[in-house]
Structures are given as structure tokens and as C-alpha cells.
Design a binder for this molecule. Structure first.
Ligand code: ASP
Length: 405
């Protein structure tokens, strides 16, 4: 059998750091990294593509567009992609790549380390090995972070600890899988294990790659007593503003007029919560509903996706909507899809659920909402109620991302 061929893209980060005399700085080459995991090159062929050697503090959407372009250009020649990246902006990177490289049939795996390769107690080699193990595993697809034995969806990741090796978590949705001693334990229904290929599913769209991001997006973390002027100045020249409200969905009364004016001026408002877990819903309290009443349909809610992902989705959605707008289509709708993009993934990756949907005649409009070849999961969850299928969905209902009815 042909050995699988993986493209290793390196961008820097702690994993590649050495003491520069002025603090840690990326210095190792892609070959240095690969030499530390000889077990990997015994089981697959690896081509290296060093793109950057940056502390990820200095990675920007421009660099992520270059990573996406490298994957796009090489997509047909490789079976999977492993990207090493600093951890500090890794969640942003993963979310951005998830938006740029949608529905990838091949695994696009990001990893890094909390301690440089070769330093006693470093997690670098283990994370790198795990990233390759996942990239080589049956049914792996889409953008994932593999870190400390966790496989996390690109639009769900958040860095949760500055020093602990278990630095990332999946927000609002379970880990895709765990990796222990090279063994992969998939969460829930496994993919591709005696169930045919996931790409057999009629619901599975082909990959769709995008080449543009709108970086005129900012994130505003609302604080008690915040001056409206801060927001007014902040939005100058922006196309979209992620507004992190308080609790499940609260916007201080003093900020509603300025946010309304901002929305009226054509800036899209994407509402989310500064609380790390749980869905945001700005219709529960009057203190949140005011923004909807004032702005009408000009706001969307990021629900339970992390702010990093809301930010990436906004960059993607705004870029695509410029196109759409030019063609006379509704850009706000697209922003809603930014919300739904990741929600699509769990369905397609979990064949059992796809089967269950087929059994439920889920192609009916009540169950799934298909547009732009994406499915809004909350419609499905809201409608499924009977028999064995409930069991499948009940398991998911316990998690935030399934609780979108
Ligand atoms: N400052 C580093 C970076 O993000 C931290 C790391 O990689 O763990 O590049």
C-alpha cells in the first residue's frame, strides 16, 4: 500500500522556540521538528513547507491566508496537513482556517506546544506525534486542533491556560476525539468504522475554499459604566463589530443608542457573551432585548461559539458578503451562516446521525434548513423527538451546540 503523504507547514510558536538571549523566539526548522518524531516518518511520507517562524502573537489574518493558500495549492497532492503554530493565537488561526477551508474532506491539523521542543518536560514531540496520528486516522477531516491528547474543532477552540500543557478546550461542543498513547478514542459515533465513507453521505458537500478575509472587524468587551465614546471611536472604518455583552445577553442601557447608531451606519453587530460557557441569547432579558428592538434585524447572535470563532466567522462572512452585495444578495443572511458553519460539521461527521436524519425524513424543511449547501442544526434538534433517534440527539442535547432549538 502507498504510504500516506502529509504536508507539514510550520509557522513558528513555542514548539520551535530557542532562547534568543532576549526571551524565547522561534528558531527551529521544520526538519528539526520532524527529526524529533522519528516514529512519524516510519508510517507516512512527510513534505515540509516552512512558511513563517513567528511567535503567534505576531500572526495576523494575512499569514493565515497564506497558510490557507499553501493548503489549497497542495490539496490534491496530499492526504492531510499538519500545521505547527504558536498557541497564543492558535484558536484564532484554527477558526480562521475553518472559515477559509470549509468542508475539507482531508484533515487539516493544527498543533503547537507550551514548552519548546527539547526542553525537559516539553509537550512538543507528543503533540506533534498526536497531530500526525490524527491526520493519518480513518475518517479524520476538517480543521482541528490536536493538543494535549484532545482533538478540538477549529471553530470551538479556546486557549484556556497560559502554562498548563492541557491548554485548549472545546467550547460548547465535545472534543472530537481523545488521543492516548497513540490510540484514538472518538467521541460518540465513530466515523468510517464499518459505516462506509463519510463522503458517501448525500448531505456531505464538497470542500469549498475561500481566499479573502475582511479584517475591518473588531471585538468590544463591554464593561460596567463603559463610555459610549469608546465604542463610537472604536468602530471608525469598521465593517463588523463583535459585541461581548454580559451574562446570557445583556447590553447596558447607556450603550444601546450608540450601538443602534453604529448598526444604522452599516456596521454589522455580532452579539456574544463574555461568559465562556453557555449560549448567548439577547432575548431573555429586557436588558438584552432592547438591542434587538432598537436595531431590528441588523444584529446577529453568535450563540455559543467562542469569540475567537465569531471574529473569524465575521472576517469570512464580511469578505464574502462584499461579493454578495455586489450581486444584490443579502449580506446579513451570510453572517448568520457564519454562525451555522461549524454547526454543520458535527452532523456530517457523525454518520449515525446522518442515517438517523434520513430515517426521520430530515430533508423536510422542518428538520433541516438547507441553503448554500449548509444545514442549520438547530432546526434539526428542535424537531427530533421520537424513539431511538432521540437517544442520539439526547446525547447531543446535553451539549450547548445541540441546544439551539
Ligand atoms: N508565544 C507563543 C506563541 O504563541 C506561545 C506558544 O506557542 O505556546 O507563539
Amino acid at each position: 500500500v502507498r504510504m500516506r503523504h502529509i504536508l507539514l507547514i510550520t509557522t513558528g510558536g513555542t514548539i520551535a522556540c530557542r532562547d534568543s538571549g532576549h526571551g524565547l523566539a522561534p528558531a527551529l526548522t521544520a526538519e528539526d521538528l520532524l527529526a524529533a518524531v522519528p516514529s512519524v516518518t516510519r508510517v507516512c511520507e512527510v513534505t515540509t513547507r516552512p512558511l513563517f517562524n513567528l511567535d503567534s502573537t505576531d500572526m495576523t489574518p494575512k499569514e493565515w491566508l497564506a497558510v490557507a493558500a499553501a493548503i489549497r495549492d497542495a490539496y490534491d497532492s496530499f492526504d492531510g496537513f499538519v500545521i505547527t503554530h504558536g498557541t497564543d493565537t492558535l484558536a484564532y488561526a484554527a477558526a480562521t482556517l475553518s472559515c477559509l477551508l470549509q468542508h475539507s474532506e482531508k484533515p487539516i491539523v493544527l498543533t503547537g506546544a507550551q514548552l519548546p521542543l527539547g526542553v525537559p518536560g516539553s509537550d512538543a514531540a507528543e503533540n506533534l506525534k498526536d497531530a500526525f496520528a490524527w491526520a493519518l486516522s480513518e475518517g479524520a477531516r476538517g480543521v482541528r486542533i490536536v493538543f494535549a491528547g484532545r482533538v478540538i474543532r477549529g471553530l470551538r477552540a479556546r486557549k484556556r491556560h497560559t502554562t498548563d500543557p492541557d491548554a485548549f478546550e472545546s467550547v460548547g461542543c465535545p472534543d472530537t476525539a481523545l488521543i492516548h498513547d497513540g490510540q484514538i478514542i472518538r467521541y460518540g459515533v465513530s466515523v468510517g468504522e464499518g459505516q462506509g465513507s463519510v463522503t458517501d453521505s448525500p448531505l456531505m458537500p464538497p470542500h469549498e475554499f475561500f481566499e479573502d478575509l475582511d479584517t475591518r472587524i473588531a471585538l468590544a468587551h463591554l464593561t460596567p459604566g463603559m463610555s459610549p465614546y469608546v465604542l463610537r471611536h472604536m468602530v471608525e472604518g469598521l465593517h463588523g463589530l463583535i459585541v461581548e455583552g454580559v451574562g446570557i445577553g445583556g447590553i447596558p442601557d447607556t450603550l444601546v443608542p450608540v450601538l443602534t447608531r453604529i448598526a444604522e451606519s452599516g456596521v454589522y453587530l455580532i452579539l456574544t457573551s463574555q461568559v465562556p460557557y453557555g449560549e448567548s441569547d439577547f432575548t431573555v432579558y429586557r436588558a438584552g432585548r432592547r438591542i434587538h428592538e432598537a436595531c431590528g434585524g441588523q444584529v446577529v447572535t453568535a450563540r455559543d461559539i467562542p469569540s475567537e470563532a465569531a471574529f473569524a466567522a465575521a472576517m469570512w462572512a464580511m469578505a464574502v458578503s462584499r461579493d454578495r452585495e455586489a450581486r444584490g444578495e443579502d449580506p446579513l443572511k451570510l453572517c448568520l451562516f457564519a454562525n451555522a458553519t461549524e454547526l454543520y460539521c458535527p452532523i456530517t461527521e457523525t454518520l449515525g446521525i446522518v442515517d438517523a436524519l434520513a430515517g426521520l425524513n430530515a430533508t423536510g424543511a422542518d428538520y433541516i434548513y438547507l441553503e448554500e449547501r449548509r444545514i442549520m442544526l438547530h432546526h434539526i434538534i428542535g424537531s427530533v423527538s421520537a424513539g431511538e433517534d432521540t437517544a442520539i440527539f439526547a446525547g447531543m442535547k446535553g451539549t450547548q451546540w445541540a441546544d439551539m432549538a
